[in-house]
Write a protein that binds this ligand. Sequence first.
Ligand SMILES: *[C@@H]1O[C@H](CO)[C@@H](O)[C@H](O)[C@H]1NC(C)=O
Ligand SMILES: *[C@@H]1O[C@H](CO)[C@@H](O)[C@H](O)[C@H]1NC(C)=O
Ligand SMILES: *[C@@H]1O[C@H](CO)[C@@H](O)[C@H](O)[C@H]1NC(C)=O
Ligand SMILES: *[C@@H]1O[C@H](CO)[C@@H](O)[C@H](O)[C@H]1NC(C)=O
Ligand SMILES: *[C@@H]1O[C@H](CO)[C@@H](O)[C@H](O)[C@H]1NC(C)=O
Ligand SMILES: *[C@@H]1O[C@H](CO)[C@@H](O)[C@H](O)[C@H]1NC(C)=O
Length: 445
Amino acid sequence: MLPLLVLAVLAAAAAQNDTQPPRPPAPRREQFRVIYEWNSIDYEWRSPEDRDAYLSTNRYIPQNVLISGINFYGENLFVTVPRMLDGVPATLATIPVQQSDTAPKLRPFPTWEANAAGNCSALQFVQNIEIDKNGIMWILDNGRVGTLTQNPDPKCAPSLVLIDLKTGKNEMERITFPADILNPNSTYLNDLVVDNRDGDYAYITDNSAVDPGIIVFRRSDKKSWKVRDSKSMLSSPDATAFRINGTSVNLPVNIDGIALGPQFLTADDQVDRTVYYCPLSSFHLYAINASVLRNEKLGSADGALRPYVVDVGTKASQTDGMKMDANGVLFYGLIGNSTIAEWNTTVDFHVGQRTIARDPNYIQWVDRFTFDDHGNVYVIVNRLYNFVKGHVNTNEVNYRILKSHTGSKSYVFAEDLKPANVPGAAAAPTLAASLLVLALAHLIA
Ligand SMILES: *[C@@H]1O[C@H](CO)[C@@H](O)[C@H](O)[C@H]1NC(C)=O
Ligand SMILES: *[C@@H]1O[C@H](CO)[C@@H](O)[C@H](O)[C@H]1NC(C)=O
Ligand SMILES: *[C@@H]1O[C@H](CO)[C@@H](O)[C@H](O)[C@H]1NC(C)=O
Ligand SMILES: *[C@@H]1O[C@H](CO)[C@@H](O)[C@H](O)[C@H]1NC(C)=O
Ligand SMILES: *[C@@H]1O[C@H](CO)[C@@H](O)[C@H](O)[C@H]1NC(C)=O
Ligand SMILES: *[C@@H]1O[C@H](CO)[C@@H](O)[C@H](O)[C@H]1NC(C)=O
């Protein structure tokens, strides 16, 4: 049983400066609850013999299996298991629903075969996935495995793998990034947001130690380009030290978390969205308009992006993953403060940041967030600092999934906006909808 409640502190703790104008009222938030917790991650094996065979040949090394990313589709919860070390049997998995088990076993997704290590047509290294509003799963497959070992293996190329979940067939479409866009030896496909407009775009963070940037991918013609801005995308020397419940780790990690705001109309009636991002090792949150990223011309010249990058402000600590809801509220972790925070992006960042949960025992490295279809937000907490130090102790809880009701849903379901200068664009659906309501009212009467 997991009757554990994480202490929620509705306080203005996240912002550093407390002598600012009065803060807007805090939203009421349900407390976070632990729904699953694991000492080590195990799988649903094809047979007990299969598990033994994997164990005896070091293809399954329990302390090397860390859950990192999380997503929902319908009632299905997905988690990612990056192959940073050897002994990770499957890199993408689902957690079977209606589990009364508090440490459920992972079921490889789509199949065991599609997760076979060393087969470049199968999934090799998945750090994060996204599921868009059309039921397409976008999988970042870094290709290169063993990123925390002495000899990372770049045999398979970095790719984007798409699965149309609506069909139920789970067929994988693999789009390999050209080597002139991404160097397979150093690229690190970390996280992504999907923008379902004009042919579907993905904005992907590449936290390569040598060439960090944002990769823009357009699904309609499968074209990609990479944009760079060293000032906002490189780790910052003052933010490489992490301290979590007495453990210290030094990690210079570049651009990592990314989030996508709702659509807005510009002064000249164009629709745009704001993309937020931050290096892991930074106290700053940055923003850029999606229209800038979508301009292929900015994908070559270094420095071309600089005039368009906005430094939104500082956070109390470093952030790994973050996620926007459909109303423009950003959820993110503050690692050194054992905190989950939120920011309503319509309010100034300096006064608008809020702590929604803080607990040194249960919130040890917030990695990723997701929403389900029922207004709940989920958080993966994974003590990554122990993992990178090789200090995972399988006699204690290392991984948790927390859940809280927010009443909101993912940014992918944010409402569409049409430019006002398209005649009738906004009015027509409303009229149709009200006619439908009238018709229904008639039927019921
Ligand atoms: C590699 O993986 C693909 C995708 O799952 C599969 O179709 C193929 O049969 C596998 N190849 C080998 C040699 O196992
Ligand atoms: C990646 O590394 C291999 C082995 O060191 C080298 O042969 C190859 O040229 C490198 N690829 C790129 C794109 O740098
Ligand atoms: C995005 O564009 C809008 C309208 O053109 C502008 O007001 C805003 O400052 C831009 N945001 C960023 C992050 O550059
Ligand atoms: C938050 O964490 C940072 C280190 O990341 C630390 O310097 C700061 O004092 C912490 N703030 C609070 C309010 O705990
Ligand atoms: C965000 O803040 C604005 C301005 O205070 C408010 O109108 C809106 O309801 C807030 N949104 C949410 C989801 O809390
Ligand atoms: C946090 O640190 C305290 C003091 O060292 C220790 O007693 C406690 O077990 C730690 N909590 C976790 C969850 O590691």
